[in-house]
Write a protein that binds this ligand. Structure first.
Ligand code: AMP
Length: 391
């Protein structure tokens, strides 16, 4: 077999056609790739920074399956995830994808892993210990963590079903604790189910690389990995060369994000609410009294102390979260802005508060707009005829 070693400056997005056959390569953390002119039976389309695809690579590495059997290729080789060529292979436009020469194309990391486990059942560890916890942990990961993991790195919401990063982080930490509680206190061995590596280890480990790297960037809204998970992560990284290799691959990609300044513009990572608290925080905490007319998990409405109309209510977010004025709003704030408007509408039709047939709903923004309190608030004014233009 002809082999060619090519040095590349950029280590992660490599693959190429070679002579008359498909050249394939192994992705590595160094800057070399190996290419061969023969066609392997399988091709795994994946990138090292992908945590979901990384579980397939752990399996390949641990089973000793080389690139001659399963080539690992960047989707860029097919024009990228959204190209017609790639979409013809995987209409979901996602990675990882395993193509099988003469067989069906298999997308989705868990499906690929299960194919690898059965196809290569005679090679290396089975990844199927006699312990249902392995499947359960992998399932919890895919159902409840993968679906919201975007909160760790995406620029803006939604993060799965969550409209804010704080809510998504809260859920992520809850799921990590549930997994932590599943780990036996007296387990014997480095892996989640003891001494035998399993699908759970392969599934969870790459995502925990993200978590370990990214939790500290999000300061108080994300804390540490739970104790047993943290120990497992450190043990497996230190003692298993294949996990260590995948750690290098995934982390290499994440480090490039840092170099590219990805975090600098992300809310709660590089950008935070640095402005001082206002009188409204004291109303929220109950430190000073107010006539509360609506109290919801994320917002509060109370009567204005100096009413400019017979009915005058202010609606505010409980967590200012950077919204000292409306001009500071970003897609990160879409959920609360929608909730404030819905609440303002509900208040405006509440005749018991003195509102009649209509209201003026106003946000004073900044100095020119006449804003005095730097904590976003929606004025709901009514109980008399309003005129235009306002003064
Ligand atoms: P703005 O001028 O748009 O910043 O509006 C601030 C509003 O907050 C004014 O209408 C004030 O009367 C009102 N306000 C200030 N302090 C309080 C308070 N302790 N309780 C209720 N409303 C207040």
């Amino acid at each position: 077999m002809r082999r060619l070693i090519v040095s590349l400056a950029v280590p992660y997005l490599q693959a190429s056609y070679f002579a008359n056959g498909l050249a394939f390569m192994t992705m590595s953390t160094g800057n070399q790739m190996k290419m061969s002119s023969s066609t392997p039976k399988h091709t795994l389309y994946d990138l090292p920074v992908s945590n979901n695809g990384a579980r397939c690579r752990i399996m390949l590495y641990k089973k000793g399956i080389k690139s001659e059997e399963v080539a690992i290729v960047s989707p860029a080789e097919r024009g990228g995830l959204k190209s017609d060529e790639y979409l013809a292979l995987n209409p979901q436009g996602k990675m990882p994808l395993l193509t099988v020469d003469g067989g069906m194309n298999i997308p989705e990391s868990d499906t690929i892993c299960r194919y690898l486990m059965s196809t290569y059942s005679d090679r290396g560890p089975s990844f199927l210990p006699d312990d249902p916890k392995s499947n359960l942990i992998a399932r919890i990961h895919d159902m409840y963590i993968t679906t919201i993991q975007g909160c760790l790195y995406k620029a803006s919401p939604p993060f799965g079903i969550y409209g804010t990063r704080q809510d998504a982080f809260k859920e992520l930490q809850k799921q990590l604790q549930i997994i932590d509680d599943l780990i036996s206190d007296d387990k014997d061995g480095n892996y989640l189910c003891g001494s035998e590596v399993s699908l759970a280890d392969a599934t969870l480990f790459p995502t925990m690389i993200f978590v370990k790297e990214m939790f500290p960037k999000f300061g108080p809204c994300a804390t540490e990995l739970p104790t047993k998970l943290s120990k497992w992560y450190d043990d497996v990284k230190a003692n298993d060369a294949d996990f260590s290799k995948v750690h290098e691959e995934v982390n290499g990609g994440i480090k490039q994000w840092t170099t590219n300044g990805r975090w600098d513009k992300i809310w709660l990572a590089g950008v935070r609410d640095e402005e001082p608290a206002t009188i409204f925080d004291k109303i929220i905490s109950g430190e000073i009294p107010a006539t509360i007319v609506k109290d919801e998990p994320k917002l509060l409405a109370f009567k204005d102390i100096n009413p400019a109309a017979p009915a005058h209510v202010l609606v505010i977010p409980k967590n200012r979260n950077g919204l000292s004025s409306l001009r500071k709003s970003t897609p990160e704030h879409s959920e609360i802005l929608g909730q404030l408007m819905v609440a303002a509408g509900e208040i405006a039709r509440d005749t018991s508060l003195g509102f009649g047939d209509g209201a003026r709903i106003v946000v004073n923004d900044g100095e020119d707009g006449g804003q005095e309190v730097p904590h976003l608030h929606v004025h709901v004014l009514g109980g008399r005829q309003m005129y235009w233009p306002p003064g």
